[in-house]
Design a protein. Structure first.
Length: 257
């Protein structure tokens, strides 16, 4: 847990399986950094992966279920006593359980996670900036209840992408899984997730690459190839765009902890 101006930020590494039911004493919003975490809050279930965030009103009973090996989740708990109005735009979003998705949420959550463990003189400033960007991305998105109902095939597509993001496949392959034509897939997927299919796959590949860097068992060239990038230069460009840091700097920073 890290205290910041106006809020507390908690980084969770949740193991596979069900997390015991519990309650929080103040409202919060949480974003999945890596993995998949299904959460039930007040009888409503959210199936969340990278790029998705949800809100939890105070005192609501919640149950988490991690699908896969590990889920990395960042929780932000605004503190009204010291927020000085920083999180006022979030009030309506924290009053009930809602879920929102966007590429901006994914990128801000990743960058906040990278900064979370830093202890240099600028770490608090950097982490606060990323958390505020994450809060703004969550607050400005329209409530999902005003959108058209989520298509039933969206879960199938999500499961397919999470199972095969390191494999070569085409948009037509994904459209066949959904049972719709590629053009409709692109429009509907972006409307309901805030990201393109290709953008989501790139994020999943960068998440995998970050995990391999942390494991320290592969060279950066091997990781770039394993993540499906044409060359290390392209890998570095995409990695930096998503996490705000190069793979080499990420390795140096994490290995120094």
């Amino acid at each position: 847990m890290r205290p910041l101006p106006g809020c507390r930020v908690v980084a969770h590494r949740l193991p596979a399986g069900r997390v015991a039911a519990h309650r929080v004493d103040q409202p919060l919003f949480a974003a999945v950094v890596r993995g998949r975490c299904d959460t039930t809050i007040g009888g409503r279930r959210f199936e969340s992966s990278s790029g998705q965030a949800w809100s939890e009103p105070a005192a609501e009973r919640r149950v988490n279920h991690v699908v896969g090996r590990t889920a990395y989740v960042l929780s932000v708990l605004p503190d009204d006593r010291h927020a000085s109005g920083l999180f006022d735009d979030l009030r309506s979003s924290l009053a009930r359980p809602i879920q929102r998705s966007s590429a901006d949420i994914a990128i801000a959550a990743h960058r906040a996670w990278v900064e979370f463990g830093e202890r240099d003189s600028a770490a608090t400033l950097a982490l606060t900036g990323h958390v505020l960007v994450l809060a703004a991305a969550f607050a400005r998105l329209p409530d999902a209840r005003h959108h058209a109902p989520r298509p039933t095939w969206l879960r199938r597509v999500s499961d397919y992408l999470h199972a095969h993001y390191l494999d070569p496949f085409t948009l037509s392959d994904v459209a066949a899984i959904a049972g719709v034509d590629p053009a409709h897939l692109c429009r509907a997927y972006r409307a309901h997730t805030g990201s393109t299919v290709a953008g989501h796959v790139r994020r999943l590949r960068v998440e995998w690459a970050a995990g391999r860097i942390l494991a320290g068992d592969m060279s950066l060239a091997q990781i770039a190839a394993g993540a499906g990038f044409a060359d290390q230069s392209h890998f570095t460009k995409v990695f930096r765009k998503q996490l705000g840091i190069t793979p080499a700097a990420y390795r140096a920073r994490t290995c120094a902890r």
